[in-house]
Design a binder for this molecule. Structure first.
Ligand code: AMP
Length: 236
């Protein structure tokens, strides 16, 4: 790890901007895909609560057992569980040169808890990106999604099929349809998003850290626009 000077990390002779980002949006808008690309590009840590929870379910930890029922039905896992999980990760030294929170916060109490901890540590958020995609497109994306239960890679039956047929291109594991990508659970997740997560748009707009992005375009176009937005100073 390098040294810090005014929001820049100096590492192997190169100055890297420290970025603390939140990716917001309904399920299926492509936050995770964009977060993967940005984490590599900016050399910052991606923290996806969905991935952390799925891993806890997979290894059958006590947290996973508590989360499973909520996740299968498309409901949110209780704030107390998720907040603890994220704050523990944020304390990890790998987050010192920045992070992207993908799928967290999803409720106002989660956003309050995050804000409190970041203020205590003098680590303000640089930007919250709100990805927007129509409901019709989201349903199409989620219902055709296939996922690798082992390495979390995702595919789409129509838009991005695995070259290995029903197997993961990366690790060879059999692909599955997540239980929460089935029709009833998708409807529930979208309802939960509207009721509990959409109010965060206003929450972060008032704090002057929010930018909107059209998530309906091709992955590379969305990413190009994301990089442009992150390079533009936020206007109040
Ligand atoms: P995702 O992969 O982000 O769509 O998350 C999958 C599921 O994990 C969600 O439908 C919730 O059940 C649970 N989950 C993920 N992030 C959170 C969060 N911040 N708060 C509560 N539940 C969450």
């Amino acid at each position: 790890m390098g040294s810090w000077v005014r929001g820049w990390l100096h590492c192997a002779g190169e100055a890297v901007k420290i970025m603390r980002l939140v990716f917001l949006g309904a399920p299926g808008v492509g936050k995770g895909t964009q977060a993967d690309k940005a984490a590599v590009h900016y050399r910052i840590r991606k923290i996806s609560t969905g991935d952390l929870l799925r891993e806890a379910v997979r290894i059958q930890s006590s947290l996973g057992c508590e989360a499973k029922e909520h996740m299968d039905q498309g409901r949110l896992v209780p704030d107390s569980v998720v907040i603890g999980l994220v704050l523990e990760r944020l304390a990890d030294p790998s987050c010192e040169n920045g992070f992207i929170l993908d799928g967290f916060p999803r409720t106002v109490p989660q956003a309050d808890a995050l804000g409190k901890v970041l203020v205590e540590r003098s680590l303000p958020l640089d930007r919250v990106i709100n990805f927007r995609v129509s409901r019709e497109e989201i349903v199409k994306r989620l219902s055709g999604r296939r996922s690798c239960p082992k390495c979390q890679a995702t595919y789409h039956l129509e838009f991005a099929p695995s070259k290995n047929g029903g197997l993961c291109e990366r690790c060879g594991e059999a692909l599955i349809q997540r239980s929460d990508d089935q029709r009833e659970a998708i409807e529930m997740r979208l309802r939960v998003y509207e009721e509990q997560t959409a109010p965060l748009i206003d929450f972060y707009e008032k704090r002057h850290v929010l930018s909107h992005l059209n998530g309906a375009e091709a992955v590379d176009t969305v990413y190009h626009n994301l990089v442009k937005v992150l390079a533009t100073p936020q206007t109040a």
